[in-house]
Write a protein that binds this ligand. Structure first.
Ligand SMILES: C[S@@+](CC[C@H](N)C(=O)[O-])C[C@H]1O[C@@H](n2cnc3c(N)ncnc32)[C@H](O)[C@@H]1O
Length: 204
């Protein structure tokens, strides 16, 4: 049976383009590359941000250990319903990423081993980006990582601001080459060794 992901996402983009930012789901190649920040066989916690129809779910799942907790965050109610219907094994949370800190608390999650994001960061207001990115950096384990996609639809000045923000929060930010076959063409930012490990200080 053909997966309905493409049609569901395309239809949703007509009314929610501000949230979805593109009419296309992420292609297989970039989905696999985004998932690679998840350490193979990990038994920790993986959080996906902006799960959409769940195109990253299998590439991420393929890397998980038997006891990994994999939480998928998505704001849109129709996409959440689709996720729950098609990926019953996935822990789906319908919420706005702005509430990430509280959501993790509510889920009983202290630290996260990897965040995988296809959120439309470039369209978010700078204050929101700063807030959410700071939470991500604080919640990551010291050797944890964040992968995120930036498409060609993002305005260059917004991407520059985003890069500056990431450079302030992470010791290493790697920008990949553009994957031209992805609809739309896109590259990844791979961020490691978060500076803001304030939870570490509280733990000690
Ligand atoms: C570019 S789409 C990516 C969808 C899917 N992961 C993929 O790769 O095809 C961005 C996703 O982020 C979700 N999203 C946008 N703003 C959000 C927010 N504030 N909180 C949580 N999810 C959000 C959208 O509803 C959409 O599903």
């Amino acid at each position: 049976m053909a997966r309905p992901d493409h049609t569901v996402f395309l239809r949703r983009s007509f009314s929610k383009m501000d949230q979805l930012a593109t009419p296309f789901i992420t292609g297989r190649r970039l989905s696999r590359a985004l998932a690679q920040v998840v350490p193979r066989g990990t038994d920790g916690v993986v959080v996906e941000l902006g799960a959409g129809t769940g195109v990253l779910a299998e590439p991420i799942r393929a890397r998980l250990g038997p006891d990994t907790r994999y939480v998928a965050l998505e704001i849109d109610e129709e996409l959440v319903a689709h996720l729950r219907a098609h990926k019953p094994w996935l822990e789906v949370v319908q919420a706005d990423v702005t509430d990430l800190d509280r959501i993790l608390d509510d889920l009983g999650i202290d630290r996260v081993d990897a965040f995988v994001s296809t959120l439309p960061w470039a369209v978010f207001p700078q204050a929101m980006r700063l807030h959410v990115m700071s939470v991500i950096a604080q919640r990551l384990v010291p050797d944890g990582a964040l992968s995120m996609i930036v498409t060609w639809m993002a305005l260059p000045n917004r991407v520059r601001d985003l890069r500056t923000l990431l450079d302030g929060l992470f010791d290493e930010v790697v920008e990949t080459a553009t994957e031209w076959r992805n609809p739309p063409p896109a590259r990844l930012f791979l961020c490691r060794r978060p500076h803001h490990n304030s939870l570490d200080e509280e733990d000690t």
